[in-house]
Design a protein around this ligand. Sequence first.
Ligand SMILES: Nc1ncnc2c1ncn2[C@@H]1O[C@H](COP(=O)(O)OP(=O)(O)OP(=O)(O)O)[C@@H](O)[C@H]1O
Ligand SMILES: [Mg+2]
Length: 314
Amino acid sequence: ASQYTITHGQIHASSNRFLFSREEDSSLYFTYSGERNELEVNNLHYEVDTAAQIPWYEKLSEFKLPWEIKGSKQTAINNLSLRVCSGQMLALIGSSGCGKTSLLDIITCRGEGGTMTSGQILINGKPNTPHLVKKNIAHVRQDDCLLPHLTVRETLAFVAKLRLPTHFTQAQRDQRVDDVIAELRLRQCAHTRVGNDYVRGVSGGERRRVSIAVQLLWNPGILILDEPTSGLDSFTAHNLVITLSRLAQGNRLVLLSVHQPRSDIFQLFDLVMLLSSGSPVYFGAARHMVQYFTALGHPCPRYCNPSDFYGQCV
Ligand SMILES: Nc1ncnc2c1ncn2[C@@H]1O[C@H](COP(=O)(O)OP(=O)(O)OP(=O)(O)O)[C@@H](O)[C@H]1O
Ligand SMILES: [Mg+2]
């Protein structure tokens, strides 16, 4: 793939894109030909009940009946509205505990231990239901749930068998697995077992990419990722966000949460939502964020990463 010409002691790569990577470009895979998707959240309020986490036997051990224990209610998300369409990548940015995972879980009907006190979530104009979510949304959660004794390729082949439509031939399924392995740069560990806390397997960053690969495999229209770049080195993280950005350009909707992204990663986002203790502080185009805060009297210092600066200010 990479071709270099040496003239007058200088190295020119034929294409910058191939300079560091020998993986083939599988651009065909990146067009999503399904319907256009739209995700809308209106005035969402979400409360978590700390007593809901206490198991019933612990409540009984306090000589109280389960309903007698009153927990404290904590607002996890407060008055949040957003709208994203296919072709856009929205990044949720905020410090730890600001409600990113909670928001993504509520959107995919996985919000446990809390209640939505008001607001609505619409997927293509319809309220979100587990059935609709399963059909349209791929959700990569913050912690990986994979079978530890399968290798990376076996994991993906297994998902390809279960998740791809029945009209796919075995050769097409294998091709899809190869494409995804190449795109997420998993070739070197394709035959290593996945592992978990007890079974040593692939590295943490590789496991993260396997979780993403599992969801990419079925070519979803909406892709939701909870901290996909955590645990990755900056080069791999940047490459991963470039992949996600290309997926978004291929007519998909990408929603991801990130902790203080680097400035080169920040530039790749179309839309940004900055959260502070569950309340949105900014929602809009990534390139207008600095202007917005500057107009409010908070300019970003020169040579400072805006997501670092505003992330720690709010
Ligand atoms: N089921 C629950 N029970 C009790 N508290 C909860 C529950 N779900 C969320 N919370 C609280 O809501 C807040 C937001 O949690 P959340 O997991 O969404 O944060 P986060 O932004 O994803 O953080 P991180 O970046 O560390 O993953 C936290 O203060 C958390 O303790
Ligand atoms: Mg989280």
